[in-house]
Design a protein around this ligand. Structure first.
Ligand code: SAH
Length: 404
């Protein structure tokens, strides 16, 4: 089945490339991942099948993120309402784990109006999410046009689905993006003796229907716009769509308050070629059978920080194992181990803890990065309020970073 889909998209791309010539890696990646009929996320879904993500490994991951949002909500004076907005929710597991925590803390949240807003382009995955979160309680063709689907969570919280972050209503919100930014299309650039060139995808004239990388013959608008004059690397990847989305989140948080938590593999503007494919948990040639494999690139956190344009404060990136440790994962593991009575469950708990925390597994390569309103971190003027000792509550998970 998967091979057949790949064939269709490959033929579509070959026709297009023959007609228009080479395309940017970003255009290629967008087609391969989110082409409405044949894209990887649109048709195959992938999460669990081709790659495994932290929320799918352990419920503790989502629980600790839920606690992070509650902690921010409390630190900002418990506003009367908040929206939980997840970008690219995959199978819906992360939000499900977060909503379970919210339900356990129902007495704390009893006077707060909580709603969930999911930004998802894949019709296939939105169905999976709806099943996971609502158990099938859905309202088809909702009246307000911005949401394409609506439902109610198992715990009674309203959920809406959108294709674009711009469709999500404004208001005090907690934004969450786990393994979302790495799925957005990147441009690739190569330094040559004649200056920067953009990496493009075209058809190999020697081998019919086989795709290959080529360099643009001259500089392109993208090379002019995205390469900094002081750039030291020889190969650079830039994800303009990630920049646009971060800008939007920063504007929203500046205006309406809340926070954004971004968790992904990535670097701080130091890595070069990170574009890769996964299929059935194995590495996959990015140019082979587009639409049948997950394509991904490391997130450049320094670029995200830059794109907030100073509208919000940023924290991180901090390693996943440090963030989860600061959030109390060790204590949570102890409690779960004590509450489980068979050795198989205990083994499973220890195994998943190791997957998330081990520096050689997900502990070091995954990072957490946060956007917060400036006032959340600003130290009040000591002269005006000499009596206040430590009025700004520390930001959970990032404590150690702030102490440094
Ligand atoms: N957060 C989940 C899933 C990660 S996979 C997890 O950690 O398990 C990436 C998710 O982003 C998928 O749900 C995919 O369909 C969605 N996605 C990819 N490109 C998108 C885009 N441009 N807009 C909205 N969602 C997108």
């Amino acid at each position: 089945e998967a091979g057949g889909n790949g064939g269709a998209l490959q033929r579509h791309l070959s026709r297009k490339l023959r007609a228009t010539g080479a395309v940017t890696v970003a255009e290629y990646m967008r087609e391969a991942l989110t082409n409405p009929g044949q894209g990887y996320y649109t048709r195959r879904g992938g999460v669990g099948r081709d790659f495994v993500t932290s929320p799918e490994i352990s419920q503790v991951f989502g629980e600790l993120i839920g606690i992070w949002f509650i902690s921010e909500w409390m630190a900002t004076g418990k506003p009367k309402a908040f929206q939980l907005v997840e970008l690219g929710p995959g199978r819906g597991t992360l939000t499900d784990d977060i909503l379970r925590v919210f339900n356990q803390l129902a007495s704390l949240l009893s006077k707060c109006d909580v709603s969930v807003h999911l930004v998802e382009v894949s019709p296939k995955l939105s169905e999976t999410q709806a099943l996971m979160l609502t158990g099938g309680k859905l309202q088809s063709g909702p009246e307000d046009k911005s949401a394409y689907m609506k439902g109610v969570s198992k715990t009674g919280i309203p959920i809406s689905w959108y294709r674009d972050i711009q469709d999500v209503p404004p208001g005090y919100s907690f934004y969450l993006a786990h393994e979302f930014f790495d799925a957005l299309p990147i441009h690739k650039f190569q330094r040559t003796e004649r200056g920067w060139r953009e990496v493009l995808v075209d058809i190999d004239p020697e081998v019919p229907d086989q795709l290959r990388f080529v360099l643009s013959p001259s500089s392109t608008p993208a090379t002019e716009n995205f390469i900094q004059p002081e750039e030291r690397r020889d190969h650079v990847e830039v994800c303009p769509e990630a920049g646009v989305i971060i800008q939007r989140l920063a504007c929203r948080i500046e205006k309406d308050g809340g926070a954004a938590l971004v968790a992904d593999y990535g670097h701080d503007g130091t890595k070069t070629d990170t574009f890769r494919g996964f299929r059935n948990h194995k590495h996959h040639d990015v140019l082979k059978a587009p639409g049948t494999a997950d394509l991904t690139a490391d997130v450049d956190f320094s670029f995200l920080r830059k794109m907030t344009q100073g509208r919000t404060a940023t924290l991180g990136p901090i390693k996943q194992r440090e963030f989860l440790k600061n959030m109390g994962i060790d204590l949570r593991l102890q409690v779960l181990l004590q509450n489980s009575h068979d050795t198989a469950t205990q083994q499973q708990l220890l195994h998943s803890y190791d997957m998330l925390m081990n520096p050689k597994k997900m502990g070091d390569c995954f990072h957490f990065f946060a956007l917060l309103p400036h006032h959340r971190l600003a130290q009040p003027d000591k002269k005006e309020k000499p009596e206040s000792k430590s009025p700004v509550a520390p930001v959970a998970g990032f404590d150690e970073l702030l102490l440094k």
